[in-house]
Design a protein around this ligand. Structure first.
Ligand SMILES: [Zn+2]
Length: 343
């Protein structure tokens, strides 16, 4: 008799995805954490001259990996687990070969006093791949992090340049997700309890990001050239708070991914679909007049789902069509807005 309910359970587990009764929302499954530098490439030296960037990067990466590995279904892989040199190209290749779904490169920042006149520059920065723009500080950081040890820049052949271009285009496909993660992480450092202050979130042309064909970010957790940031990162308490904030950002990104993918799985079973921009969700119902849409015309749609009231704007045939309005809404009061596929 005991075998019978068990058999039923097995059958229902097998059948339910086909019937669409139970959808498994797909979040992160394989995350590659990349501790910057290593071996003969020490990275920057700390203000008190007692720490190398490469060692702190490894420590932070491992502590972040240990936290993330506790989440359901996430496997963590490191590009290095000890003090060895791995080329920038190889780091991304490893993540590609492993079919990872996220790449996080961990670094500590540094600004030499002789170049920028101060050791006071401090703070947390998170980057996605893009253009450096005209920022001199940024140009300096990117040049320093892109330096390949043992490979002279001028030996680059045309094939390499071509490969770089292709990789950049691939990474652009993931820009939306990379930025979603960038926002989640940045928000954690913008909280007042953060021991290192949120400084900026930008696009920059980091070589290590160019090679990863998946959503990818590079974090500069603090400035080793600044005594305060150095003290935070080298103390167990300060570092564990920084690591927890990184973890929290990734965990919230993972949650959002599950929601988005559950929507996609649900919609793929139906024939009519539409893209809407989710503005925000609340535990209580809101009057629609509280939502200011600025230059945009149209009404809101309200949906009561999982105990929350969610508010949506627009109706678009494709995700691309929704993106323009999404950009506008993000800049005008809805920084967390995102596109959802719906029926
Ligand atoms: Zn670095």
């Amino acid at each position: 008799m005991r075998a019978f309910p068990l058999l039923l359970l097995v059958i229902s587990v097998l059948v339910s995805p086909i019937l669409g009764c139970e959808l498994v929302a797909q979040g992160l499954s394989r995350v590659v954490i990349d501790p910057g530098h290593g071996g003969r490439d020490g990275g920057s030296r700390s203000a008190s001259n007692s720490h190398n960037e490469k060692d702190l990067n490894l420590q932070i990466a491992r502590e972040l990996g240990a936290l993330l590995a506790q989440r359901r279904g996430i496997e963590i892989i490191y590009t290095r687990t000890d003090d060895t040199y791995v080329s920038l190209t190889r780091r991304g290749q490893m993540a590609n070969e492993l079919n990872a779904d996220l790449f996080i490169s961990v670094h500590c920042n540094s600004m030499p006093k002789e170049r920028f006149g101060s050791h006071r520059i401090s703070g947390f920065e998170v980057f996605v791949l893009g253009d450096n723009g005209k920022d001199e500080h940024l140009k300096y950081i990117v040049e320093r992090e892109n330096r390949e040890y043992g490979i002279a820049a001028e030996t680059k052949g045309e094939m390499d340049m071509f490969e770089d271009l292709l990789n950049t285009i691939t990474q652009e496909e993931y820009l939306q997700q990379s930025e979603m993660l960038q926002n989640e992480i940045f928000k954690q450092f913008a909280k007042k309890e953060s021991p290192i202050k949120a400084k900026s979130k930008k696009q920059a042309n980091f070589k290590v990001l160019r090679n990863a064909a998946m959503p990818a970010v590079l974090v500069e957790v603090g400035f080793l050239s600044n005594l305060h940031d150095e003290a935070v990162l080298t103390s167990e308490e300060g570092r564990s708070q920084v690591v927890y904030q990184l973890y929290k950002g990734v965990a919230l990104y993972d949650d959002r991914l599950r929601v988005l993918n559950a929507d996609n799985a649900f919609v793929s079973k139906g024939d009519s679909q539409v893209y809407r921009i989710q503005l925000s969700s609340y535990v209580s119902q809101k009057d629609h007049s509280i939502f200011r849409l600025g230059d945009l015309a149209g009404s809101l749609i309200e949906l009561h789902e999982d105990g929350l009231y969610r508010y949506f704007y627009g109706s678009f045939n494709t995700r691309e069509a929704a993106e323009y309005d999404l950009e506008y809404l993000k800049k005008n009061g809805y920084p967390d807005a995102f596109i959802r596929k719906m029926q």
